[in-house]
Design a protein around this ligand. Sequence first.
Ligand code: AMP
Length: 511
Amino acid sequence: MPDTILNLLSRGAGTDTAIGASGASGTRVFSFDRLRRQVEHTVATLRRLGVGRNDRAAIVLPNGPGMAIAFVSVAAGATAAPLNPAFRGEEFEFCLRDLGAKALIVADGDDSPAAAAAYRLGVGVLRLLPSPDMPIGLFDLTGDPVGAASTDGAAEVEDVALVLHTSGTTSRPKIVPLSHANVCASARNIAATLSLGPSDRCLNVMPLFHIHGLMAAVLASLSAGASVHCPPGFDALRFFAWLDEVRPTWYTAVPTMHQAILARAGRNPDIVGRSTLRLVRSSSAALPSRVMAELEEVFGVPVIESYGMTEAAHQMASNPLPPGRRKPGSVGLPAGPEIAVLDESGAPLPAGVQGEVAIRGANVAAGYEADPEANADAFVGGWFRTGDQGVLDEDGYLTITGRLKEIINRGGEKISPHEVDEVLMGHDAVAQAVTFAVAHDKLGEDVAAAVVPREGGSPTAKELREFAAERLAPFKVPRTVVVVDEIPKGATGKLRRIGLAGKLGLTAPAR
Ligand code: AMP
């Protein structure tokens, strides 16, 4: 059977639960057969509205079962482009234009700035609404046709299922197209690592516009005939109630979420005691060994740290389940793609020697879209260079030791410093802006910026933060802005973001 999202659903055929939701009326579930019908219905509707195979449909929906189902349905027939609902109007406009979106899918009645941006750009707005003719919880799409669909039928294996922007080290975020072959390979890799089967149920707390939640929670589960329960998003206060109500066998999260869960575990000993978890997964940022140990102690189950990246349709390496050995501080063994540590010339290095982590395999994107320069840098000798620094040990376990790329990793949320620079430079009183990472005890890193005023200008830090907050989603807004006469340079006279925090007397993140 060809590797497509539609075919991925076949493992669960006849199984009662694919996607679960909680609401005022209790828990509702959608069977695999219903999900399949919804997928087929959505693909037919998209075609009728003029969205063909490989046409891009941006999706801006709140986290929850509707988003999970919309993602699977759209990706099965066209190219899904999930966007962060917290974006500001300018960010939506950039994404819709850059992706060449043919349509935008929003909830009915949603007056998100995404819809306004779509109208400005002439992108068709399709509204998702519960249809009276559909079984409860399922939906219909309405809107004016956006033209005629150039292609018909379900998507095929080399079609692009999903496009995401990744924070670039150049000023432009890069577009990562992931084919059905990529996402299906990744879903199966994750399911195999975690030994997922039809009796598993994931509690999804990850945002469904990020590769981690889309792949590990949703598609890996569905590929194994397992189910995923979708509450409205992460909420440390409600997590334990969900744990009790949903009775999941696992959840996957970023380290900051695990820390917030641990902080409340002491108040919920009964729920923890009767928890049905068989594993906890962590990815997208380094999991401190102490947090891993505490989680294992509290839940009494293995904590599996994995290493993921958008360009790899998420998982690259993972610690194994018992009886395999988990090594705290390590991201584990290659878990799908091959992994090598390369020197600057692209030659593989032996165990114990630090270099750049590179991957190759069926889950890895073929290349960035319309970015020959980035591709020439990243794809070398058949390998994709991740921009992460690491070292393999004698047993083949990988440890991430630092980063060559300048992306800021704010507890798993990635921020392109160039994007923040450009926004700050848009302020009349700013001559130069350089955004960089500062250490943060819970998030690992947070966003800071150094700003040089124009002659005669005297912008305050508060004013600049407010200016940025109007144009950037909250997680990208620099917590700290320092106004300086000159940005300190490195020994070679080159401006380097890495190390800038220390030079400015701020706490530098560990590398
Ligand atoms: P994203 O594309 O948002 O998934 O981010 C990918 C990046 O997150 C990787 O290139 C790493 O820099 C970082 N990352 C992901 N997982 C881990 C991990 N377990 N430990 C350390 N860094 C990680």
